[in-house]
Design a protein around this ligand. Structure first.
Ligand code: URP
Ligand code: ZN
Ligand code: ZN
Length: 464
């Protein structure tokens, strides 16, 4: 079988950094060691001066998602293509159960959205809005279909929010079926009262989105979520954690040995609440939930990544165009579709501001952006690893490449970047997905529809 040999690179995994060649045969890694000889017919790539890392895994994206009366601007084709340019080779997106319907229907709907479009492999979490009469059995059925994680909302009353009884029942079910509950932790009831007060006082600008969702509303919900998981005797994963207050809750629980896990996102590490005060309604570009926080929260989150109080960096990629979508909330911040773009820039930002800036090591970079999400979400060691037998999802990473992030050149289907003009050093040069080069030197070589649905295993890393 024709093989590909990546020569002279430095292989970086979560465990080690070693000079080694990587031999790819078909869709998988065949061998990793120094001095692998090339057989005739092998394609040989020189990776001198490069890192060879496992493809990035973004465990939190929203492609083609209906939200706030509109739909996120990237579909499974444009979003996964943009992800590939940035070195991400797997995503886990979210299917949404419509109230009063079966979760299986939502799974089928989302599989259809992805089929024929996805350029990289994709898994799905299920957003549970209603347990109804059969919801707990439905959860078991979905676990058998490879949906090994469920997201529940403690925010957005009357839309996505579920009550504590529902949360506790779902958590308790995962104690039996081995799935993982991902929690959007904000106290939605308190936030709704604060929103109503703000609007009554004529406070309609984008910044009030942040001011009506204080860090304590996040911390309280994180505390409650972890407490309920602890009572149910099951792990829990907090999504898009944004504040020092919330982080303290996770750290306190982990220090006691409670299996609580959390992710944060580049926007919470690099941007602060001032962005929402940009003139000409441009603050709307930074309206997402939880909101951006005052600057003093940022170093605490970096510290959390370094010390494993936070385990994953994902994007919460949920793009809405400024010109015709964000504008829906021109006179009322509650009508601004919540979400921001980021699927393409996660590795660049975490490498530059994480590794180059000395906030964490190269191995930790791989762990946070690939290996741990693979473990926690039931994809390891097929994904997130460079070892014989693992999928050949690899990135040849050029640590010297300088790149300026801009909506003028990015591949996401959205008319702005949250990181416009940011200059980063370190970028994906060649991206392999299951042995196939899908990006090389800024050119896309993949095809829509080549991405496979990832059937994920229950009892992943959160259970170990
Ligand atoms: O504002 C956000 N985060 N939009 C996406 C939905 C969610 O809560 O993750
Ligand atoms: Zn959320
Ligand atoms: Zn999200």
């Amino acid at each position: 079988m024709a093989a590909t040999l990546i020569r002279n690179g430095t292989v970086v995994t979560a465990r080690e950094t070693v000079k080694a060649d990587v031999l790819i045969e078909g869709e998988a890694i065949k061998e990793v060691r120094p001095g692998i000889p090339a057989a005739s017919g092998d394609k040989v790539l020189d990776a001198t001066g490069m890192w060879v890392i496992p493809g990035g895994i973004d465990a939190h994206t929203h492609l083609d998602m209906p939200f706030g009366g509109t739909t996120s601007a990237d579909d499974f084709e444009t979003g996964t293509r943009a992800a590939a340019f940035g070195g991400t080779t797997s995503i886990v997106d979210f299917a949404i159960q419509a109230r009063g319907t079966r979760m299986r229907d939502a799974l089928d709907t989302w599989l259809k959205k992805a089929e024929g479009r996805a350029c990289i492999d994709y898994g799905l979490h299920m957003i549970v809005t209603d347990l109804g009469a059969s919801g707990l059995e439905d959860m078991d059925e979905l676990v058998d279909e490879g949906v090994a994680s469920f997201k529940l909302f403690m925010a957005y009353p009357n839309v996505l929010m579920v009550d504590d009884a529902t949360i506790f029942k779902a958590l308790s079910r995962t104690a039996r079926n081995g799935a993982l509950i991902c929690m959007h932790a904000e106290n939605g009831s308190v936030i709704d009262v604060m929103i109503a007060r703000a609007l009554a006082e004529g406070k309609t600008a984008p910044v009030y989105h942040a001011l009506t969702r204080p860090p304590l509303a996040e911390a309280e919900a994180v505390h409650r979520a972890i407490a309920m998981a602890e009572i149910a005797g099951t792990p829990v994963y907090i999504v898009h954690l944004s504040s020092e207050d919330a982080l303290n809750q996770v750290r306190e629980a982990r220090d006691r040995g409670v299996p609580a896990f959390a992710e944060t996102c580049p926007q919470y590490l690099l941007l602060s609440i001032e962005e929402l005060e940009r003139p000409n309604f441009e603050g709307a570009k930074y309206v997402f939930t939880p909101p951006l926080r005052p600057k003093h929260h940022l170093p605490k989150l970096w510290d959390g990544l370094k010390h494993d109080h936070l385990q994953v960096v994902s994007t919460d990629h949920c793009p809405f165009c400024f010109a015709d979508q964000k504008i829906l909330g021109k006179d009322d911040f509650t009508k601004i579709p919540n979400g921001g773009p980021g699927i393409e820039n996660r590795l660049q930002l975490m490498y530059h501001y994480g590794v180059n800036a000395g906030n964490f090591s190269l191995n930790r970079f791989v762990e946070l952006t690939s290996t741990t999400p693979a473990r926690i979400f039931g994809m390891y060691p097929k994904k997130g690893e460079i070892a014989p037998g693992s999928d050949a999802d690899l990135v040849i990473w050029d640590p010297a490449s300088v790149y300026t992030i801009s909506s003028k050149t990015h591949h996401m289907r959205v008319d702005y970047s949250m990181f416009e003009g940011y200059e980063v050093r370190g970028n994906a040069r060649t991206v392999f997905s299951r042995g196939e080069v899908i990006v090389d030197g800024g050119e896309f070589h993949g095809k829509p529809g080549r991405g496979n649905y990832l059937k994920r295993a229950a009892r992943g890393g959160a259970w170990k």
